[in-house]
Design a binder for this molecule. Sequence first.
Ligand SMILES: Cc1cc2nc3c(=O)[nH]c(=O)nc-3n(C[C@H](O)[C@H](O)[C@H](O)COP(=O)(O)OP(=O)(O)OC[C@H]3O[C@@H](n4cnc5c(N)ncnc54)[C@H](O)[C@@H]3O)c2cc1C
Length: 472
Amino acid sequence: MVDRQDALGLPLAKPLDEAAIREFSSNVRGQLIRPEDDGYDAARLVFNGMVNRRPALIVRCAGVADVVGGVEFARSHDLPLSIRGGGHSVAGKAVCDGGLMLDLSPMKGMRVDPVRMTAEAQAGLTLGEFDHETQEFGLGTTLGVVSVTGIAGLTLGGGLGWLNGKHGLACDNLISADVVTADGQLVIANEEENEDLFWGIRGGGGNFGVVTSFGYRLHPVGTVLGGGLSYPLSKAREVLRFYHEFASGCPDELSTTASMGVAPDGSGVVGVSVCYCGPAEEGERVLRPLREFGSPLADNIQPMAYTTLQSAPDAGFPPGRRHYWKSSYLKDLSDDAIEVMIRFVSEIPSPTTGVGLQQMHGAASRVDPTATAFPHRDEHYDFLILSQWADPAESERNVEWTRAFFDAMQPFFEEGVYVNNLGDEGEDRVQAAYGVNYGRLSTLKEEYDPTNLFRLNQNIRPRAQPTSDVVS
Ligand SMILES: Cc1cc2nc3c(=O)[nH]c(=O)nc-3n(C[C@H](O)[C@H](O)[C@H](O)COP(=O)(O)OP(=O)(O)OC[C@H]3O[C@@H](n4cnc5c(N)ncnc54)[C@H](O)[C@@H]3O)c2cc1C
């Protein structure tokens, strides 16, 4: 029986019944943590230090049974339910106020089948942990470019990383998933079973259930030719023009990023980073024009272990810093867009902030936009203003600069946005993230989660439900 409803007509939490919590607790194999318990403050922390939410209950899940129990408890007590994989989403929706936080991060089981070239990976793994296991067999698959990120949220939203040109997105390499749905059932989703659900979780995020385990297709990934070049900000025009031309013609084996930010000595810097995942000699040939261009401050491109490349930027993203991101896609890197970027980067308010262009191309861009729920299939850049700073007193200045920069870039953007870069930016941006697939996703949501139990995410409304708009 629902006592109260919020503005969307969704149930508000009832006061928690102690006897029910005791009974629930006795069925948890992992850990049930409440506000008065030791470890509560550490357990509710997520990557983005701007997020400070206080769940009534945190379940650190030991396995699928804890996930099923948590989903059923939240549903039957009308509790807001948040799902935490690696806890790295900038929106911080892995943690909720007053509800139940289902923390999957203790679930780190993994099995690699080197013969079939597949992996079964539980939802609490980070990229680095996943790569550690697959690289033992000279295998890998596309994930992101910072190894401390969680595989779960990343894969469910798409997953853009160094191997995207050759092997597609992370979600394109998903072959199966175990999903606990809103009614507490464990179902398998793949090309043969629950194909509609399988379609939806490849880009539709955590809207349809809790994924406890992911099955991935793996590929041979040996030593890669990776690393980067850096140039002074004063050379940004020439470097970015050349970079765009170079990246536009590059083979699938090569994926690239470009970035602008502040060097350790405080000067402005432009960087180009690469990963070539084919034969080394061919990679040297392909990269020669880039490495011979201009006079870089540094060139550390070299053969390296894939895991070395994957963890290279980790130190730049310690937990707890404040983050505010704005993002969209850029197809063309016009001179005017470059001018705006230089203007804003010249006035960057935090030395740890950067603006990045992550190239999507090759295999990732050749998938039909409706073949999976991830719609933004094109040869383009995921443009991201990644603002991060430590001092809470600096928040207003950093947020204002980020918004002004983003506004000034508007004329150059395509319509969409990568769902995994979104903060709390309102209904229009959520719809832009799911793009052409929003209607089908909304129908699927109605089928799998008609009461919108899984709503603490970049939410897809069940077809019958109203929308609201909160913009930040
Ligand atoms: C430093 C940094 C670098 C990044 N680099 C990249 C990159 O190179 N490429 C890229 O594609 N993305 C990148 N991202 C974005 C990344 O994809 C998202 O932050 C993603 O949400 C991380 O997943 P997570 O499991 O850590 O997040 P969480 O915050 O734990 O989860 C995010 C959301 O996903 C859902 N969710 C999580 N786990 C589950 C589950 N098991 N079942 C159902 N729903 C679930 C929930 O709705 C949750 O709120 C980066 C992020 C950071 C912070």
